[in-house]
Design a protein. Sequence first.
Length: 315
Amino acid sequence: MNAMPKPRDLPRPALAETVVEDFIRAGAHRFAEPLDPNAAAALLAAIRATRAFDASLFQSEAEFDADPQYTGVNPRPGRNLLERFEAQLGFVEQDPAIVEALTALLGADYEILNKKVVCGVPASEVPDWLRQRILGNPVNNLGAYVRPQHRDITYFYGIDFHQDLIDYKAREADFITLYIYLHPVTRADAPLYLLEGSHALGGSVFPHDLTRTGEDSWLYRNGPHGEAAVRQHILTGGTGFAAMWHACTLHGTQPDAADHERISLRYLIAKRHAGRTGMDAVNETLRGPLSLSDTRADLAADGSAVIKHNTVNKA
Ligand SMILES: O=C(O)CCC(=O)C(=O)O
């Protein structure tokens, strides 16, 4: 009689299979191994050398009020710090596990739509006048308030649960977000809060209908598309930690409570291939729309916030 195989003798499923299964079940995949921590630390040092991540990032209240600009304040081609560090991004873009996962989901000819540095600004460095103004806002992207020369990075003071589809009106959810920590991120460093399984209800207009049901659990409703009990997972991790999620997966951050900034890399990567890929298998399981003609209901015409409500800060 053959002996039962011991657990360590069982073949492990290929990463490609695991990633697609994780996306179907949870709408996200966390990589088991960090990306090269030395390369991540070297890139972090180079980013930190470009500016002081302190109150000097910001305009004064009078400067801001003289000409408030709420839109066009994120990195864009020609004003994106990562363009300077292209040669240092191989530890992400050529990492074998990242390439295998992206190929499984999006096909071998996937396309990087966008990549940038994201900074969680610590509470201690946000000027008082600004903290008062943005208190309770669901989306605290601080790009409007930073000096124009610093808008080659995206700065957050927390952002409520949202889908990355929010920035892509009328586009199908054919892309993923890849997020990498360049230094250890603890509960105090504005880690990502991910609602596993929330992608299953498809696209949904921001802000989202979420009711807390327990320490780590929420009831999420998407109008006529139904409801789902979803689990909150807080992404803490070391240098080089990497995770990816579906464009409909709800996630957010609380304000950075540490006394230093949190610096990460954020990629949006899309399917280009016309044939069937893992993402098609994932999207076939969704119970709601794959695209939205309107993605948010929290802004006035000039881009300022009209809704003062935040769910992730109560998580
Ligand atoms: O880094 C953060 O604080 C938030 C990032 C995020 O949720 C996003 O860019 O979609």
